[in-house]
Design a binder for this molecule. Structure first.
Ligand code: NAG
Length: 220
């Protein structure tokens, strides 16, 4: 009787805890336009706001995503993201937006966002996307213009333009004002200081020359 009561309490406690697993905290006021100019000598979880009386429509607008990103780089892709600098009105609202330009045969390499789920809509081209869940299962899809796809928070995913002629244009929404991004290959092979060779060799089952080659290819 008593034991089952304790178990019941534990289960209830777990449900309450799970209820707190959310994205960014809810704002306590209409808005908190990010103050990006002052240097503040205190630290908070987010960015301080300007005086609400000074807020203007321009704080809630940006044309930054109207310009294509330059895809002449090692992966043939470019992701432009809204930030506290180019869209300060997003501060505390728990979302961000990205424009993805991917050249023919270009790739947004394997990466994850520690703080955000991401939903993408393909506007132009054809795009091959996928993510791997924690049981190591791959979920993958070939998208046509108008199709959407969701990458759950924190899971490793990729976006590949398999087309050899047409560039991809896609837009994504992210469930954090500061989603963060960790590119698997870059984080593993070009961190500063470097992850010890032995760790990488054993992790990826490779030997010294392979390791040096991968580091060189990634510009590490
Ligand atoms: C993405 O495009 C912008 C605008 O053209 C450019 O400034 C930036 O260097 C590009 N980023 C990469 C990784 O190529």
């Amino acid at each position: 009787m008593k034991i089952s009561f304790i178990i019941l309490q534990l289960i209830l406690g777990l449900f309450i805890l799970l209820g707190f697993v959310k994205s960014d905290p809810d704002p306590l006021q209409d808005y908190c336009v990010a103050s990006t100019e002052n240097t503040h000598n205190f630290y908070i979880n987010g960015v301080p706001c300007i005086n609400p009386q000074l807020a203007m429509a321009s704080h809630f607008a940006t044309s930054d995503l109207s310009k294509p990103g330059n895809t002449r780089n090692q992966f043939g892709s470019n992701v432009s993201l809204t930030t506290m600098m180019n869209l300060p009105g997003l501060n505390t609202l728990g979302l961000a937006m990205a424009r993805l330009d991917i050249a023919p045969d270009g790739l947004v390499p394997l990466h994850s966002h520690p703080r955000a789920s991401e939903v993408i809509i393909l506007l132009k081209g054809s795009l091959f996307v996928g993510f791997v869940d924690i049981s190591n299962r791959l979920f993958t899809r070939q998208l046509r213009p108008g199709d959407s796809f969701v990458f759950p928070k924190g899971l490793i995913h990729y976006l590949y333009n398999m087309d050899k002629d047409e560039a991809v244009l896609a837009i994504s929404g992210l469930s954090s004002q500061n989603p963060g991004v960790q590119i698997s290959s870059i984080a593993s092979f070009t961190s500063k200081p470097e992850i010890p060779d032995e760790v990488l060799e054993k992790s990826f089952k490779i030997h010294g020359p392979d390791l040096a080659k991968i580091r060189r290819n990634l510009g590490g």
